[in-house]
Design a protein around this ligand. Structure first.
Ligand code: MCN
Ligand code: CUM
Length: 793
């Protein structure tokens, strides 16, 4: 171990270690897509629809074409001639690249201008004259299902309404039967509003089509470079080996950079048409208006319970607003993502849910913003419902949870909707969180405050279980591409290594943690391992980073490929030591990894010595290859199920509706932690997300479908001012099926925290008779909930 100046240690494997990528990020030396500058590069800009729903009568681009500096104007009509006006989405729908018949949301792409510089391109966009016939927009998802609602997707053959899919899980009959005879039932409608991941770096692309070699290179901040390449090949009919997707440094993805956006396709077509590289970068408003939003779930939850608080059944109905094109990014067989885990962390006899997806005149998306494929919505639903039940029974929400949590001896636990939770000790995590928070003291302070009319104390609890790490590929694919990941490990003669992976860091620190996995397996310093990712020409195939799948899938591939290298090293070491491979034992000490003859530690060889020998003229036994390099593909046997217990303490001023988050205790269990510092950073970020969603963030639309949150003046991101100093705790329940026992963590806090904050605010409002209010709990919304409350004083 070496000590660095911050007091953290650089371990030979797992442990706290500063991120390797920080060296470039904190010096401003990262390379983001907008930093890519190619000789002769042109610039693109998009004309977007001012209407949420309108028929296109005409598009006149002549003035833009004649504008000095413009090299091409591409319209829907141009793309139609190339059969590229529509592209497939990740949910097997189609989405307009550039609108031809109608525009279906405000901000939709209508035309693309390519010019010598970005300013000229933007100016020329203004010169395009589009004739629109405005149509009635559908803004409310529930209105979308009305028989007289305007049909948004009249481009689809035989479409007479806005209904996309119905999906259900669980046992309806069994659930209904329990509800019929239950002592207590409660029901609550709630909305998980539309929010946006709002990464600091917006989307963009640089496309370079080389007419001589026929090779297309696309730089773009994608979370899934290999999936993008295959889709480009399938859509454009280009040979896959002639496409190279390079994902440079990404300034935040949060699920918003999984899909392919029309701008990417336009940049590619622009480069093909002009014969020069084309860069397109969207601005903040374009990002907020047109790229993947998150949530927009209208949910109704019902719980059946005994009078003493044993939960028997859960029933849920959802109307899911998917926007104008069904572009949600989740495994194909899961149109509602992993919402099916909505029974959460509780041992419930029966459950049933129905989700109906609908089109509306809003931007497409739905699966983004650290949602673990909609587990955000599922956790919020069940955690709000438990508090609603606590309200009804006048029970303590912590006790009610403790009473119903899945017991440790029930693992592996199969949920009523068929998910197999791998491991957990839920009561231990909840007890730790309550102890850290000083729960009983907080309740005493709350009782004291309730005697006055000043700021009220609210204590909110949430307990979450996530399912992360998609596949297995037998059940999980995206457009037929199975969710398994490759990994390649090369070990140079001097014992330095290069790991090549398909997952794609957007700020999660893979260059560090993945090097640590190799370091732990081979007993070499993490600084001796370079992690290569983000370039389809240089990395093995895999499905990318989302659903916190990198550690569960690519991380497992990394451990396994390193073990393959270690086994190769055993054979070489046996030859060096003139011993039989079975007689060797592996050990990692402070000086590194070694194969030695069992029982005589001195008689051994370090991994570096073995690496050199593997490349030397050492005589190897018949059948043993030289070198140590290895490749693997990992197809996970199951998802991993991280979990956690959160306690949020707020002060709510009933006179103003103002909410202040005073404390936030988060106990997370993501199995074995590779780098606790990075894990804590991920949790800090997710907790801030939770505060943001619970209290501030909302993508709102007026009745005409105008987007009301298209800048950071209106779409509010939480800052240090709104966030308390996070108090983190940890339990470790390894995943039994993951090679290093790790579970994912990248989305945990975003999934788990909104319910804790909302439960806290409503806990403060409980004496006023307010049982539920929807996010975001802005002062205005809290104020109106109080005004509308039955017990208003
Ligand atoms: N880690 C660890 N020990 C564990 C689990 C994870 O040390 N037991 C480390 C990992 O090795 C990795 C990081 O924590 O360096 C996150 O790992 P993981 O949980 O596998 O999640 P992913 O790497 O797959 O990241 C995806 C996840 C998602 S889906 C969203 S959305 C999100 C998130 O990560 N987007 C982010 N966190 C983000 N953080 C940043 N900075 N930027 C984003 O865009
Ligand atoms: Cu749902 S956001 Mo992440 O899975 O990229």
């Amino acid at each position: 171990m070496t000590q660095d100046t911050s007091g953290t240690t650089t371990p030979m494997g797992f442990g706290r270690m500063h991120r390797k990528e920080d060296a470039r990020f904190i010096r401003g030396r990262g390379t983001y897509v907008d930093d890519v500058r190619l000789p002769g590069m042109l610039h693109g800009a998009i004309l977007r629809s001012p209407h949420a729903h309108a028929r296109i009568l005409s598009v006149d681009a002549s003035a833009a074409e004649a504008y000095p500096g413009v090299r091409a104007v591409i319209t829907g009509a141009t793309l139609e001639t190339l059969n590229l006006a529509w592209m497939p989405t990740l949910s097997a729908d189609v989405q307009a690249v550039l609108a031809t018949d109608k525009v279906r949301f405000q901000g939709q792409e209508v035309a693309f201008v390519v010019a010598e510089d970005p300013y000229t391109a933007r100016d020329a966009v203004e010169l395009i004259d589009v004739g629109y016939e405005p149509l009635e927009p559908v803004v409310d998802a529930r209105r979308a299902l009305d028989a007289d609602a305007p049909v948004i997707r009249d481009d689809l053959e035989g479409r007479t309404g806005n209904h996309i899919f119905d999906w259900e899980a669980g046992d309806r009959a069994q659930t209904d039967a329990i509800f019929e005879r239950a002592e207590v039932t409660v029901a609550q409608d709630m909305l998980y509003p539309r929010v946006h991941p709002a990464p600091l770096e917006t989307c963009g692309a640089v496309a370079d089509f080389d007419k001589v070699t026929g090779k297309l290179t696309v730089w773009c901040p994608t979370q899934a470079p290999h999936a993008h390449r295959t889709l480009y090949a399938l859509v454009a009919g280009l040979p896959e080996h002639k496409i190279r997707v390079i994902s440079p440094d990404i300034g935040g993805g949060f699920g918003g950079k999984v899909g392919i956006y029309p701008g990417y396709v336009c940049a590619i077509v622009g480069s093909i048409v002009t014969g020069r590289p084309v860069k397109w970068m969207e601005d903040r408003s374009e990002n907020l208006m047109s790229t993947a939003f998150a949530r927009d779930y209208h949910m109704r939850g019902e719980i059946a319970a005994t009078r003493d608080g044993r939960i028997l059944a859960l029933r849920v109905k959802v109307v899911a607003d998917h926007g104008a094109f069904n572009g949600t990014a989740q495994p194909t067989k899961f149109p509602a993502g992993f919402f099916g885990v909505f029974t959460g962390s509780y041992d419930i006899e029966a459950a049933h849910c129905e989700v109906t997806g609908v089109y509306t005149n809003k931007a497409p998306g739905g699966v983004a913003y650290a949602c673990s494929f909609r587990i955000t919505e599922a956790v919020y639903l069940v955690e709000r419902m438990i508090d609603v039940l606590a309200c009804e029974l006048d029970a303590d929400p912590a006790e009610l949870r403790m009473r119903n949590l899945i017991r440790p001896e029930r693992f592996p636990y199969t949920s009523p909707t068929g998910w197999e939770y791998d491991s957990g000790d839920y009561p231990r995590a909840l007890r730790l969180a309550l102890d850290m928070a000083g729960y009983d003291k907080l309740r005493a302070e709350q009782a004291e405050r309730r005697r006055g009319d000043g700021p009220q104390l609210g204590i909110g609890i949430s307990f979450f279980t996530e399912a992360v790490g998609a596949g297995p590929r037998r059940h999980m694919d995206i457009l037929g591409l199975g969710m398994a990941d490759g990994a390649e490990l090369r070990v140079h003669p001097t014992g330095k290594a290069v790991l090549r992976v398909s997952c794609q860091s957007q700020g999660q620190g893979h260059e560090t943690t993945f090097a640590q996995i190799v370091a732990a397996e081979l007993g070499i310093p993490p600084d001796d391992v370079e992690v290569v990712h983000g370039d389809t020409d240089q990395t093995p195939f895999g499905l990318g980073t989302y659903g916190s799948r990198s550690t569960p899938v690519s991380g497992a591939a990394t451990a396994i490929v390193a073990r393959k290298v270690r086994e190769r090293a055993r054979l070489v070491a046996a030859a060096m030591l003139e011993a039989s491979p079975q007689d060797l034992e592996w050990s990692v000490s402070e000086t590194g990894g070694r194969w030695s003859v069992q029982g005589s530690a001195g008689h051994g060889r370090s991994i570096q010595e073995i690496a050199m020998a593997a490349h030397s003229n050492l005589e190897l036994p018949e059948g043993v290859e030289g070198h140590l390099d290895a490749v693997t593909v990992y197809n996970p046997p199951n998802l991993t199920y991280p979990f956690g217990a959160y306690v949020c303490v707020v002060e709510v001023d009933p006179r103003t509706g103002q909410v202040k988050v005073r404390r936030f205790v988060a106990v997370d269990d993501c199995g074995v932690r590779i780098n606790p510092m990075i894990v804590e950073g991920q949790i800090h970020g997710g907790l801030a997300d939770g505060v943001g969603m619970a209290l501030m963030q909302l993508m709102a639309f007026d009745e005409d479908g105008n987007h009301l949150g298209a800048s950071f003046m209106d779409y509010l991101l939480p800052t240090a001012l709104e966030c308390p100093s996070w108090e983190l705790g940890e339990t470790v329940t390894p995943s039994p099926h993951h090679p290093i026992g790790a579970k994912g963590v990248g989305e945990s806090a975003t999934v788990g925290s909104p319910a804790a904050v909302v439960n806290a605010v409503l806990d403060a409002l409980r004496p006023y008779g307010v049982r539920h209010a929807d996010m975001p709990l802005t002062p205005a919304n809290v104020w109106s909930a109080l005004r509308g409350s039955p017990l208003r004083t």
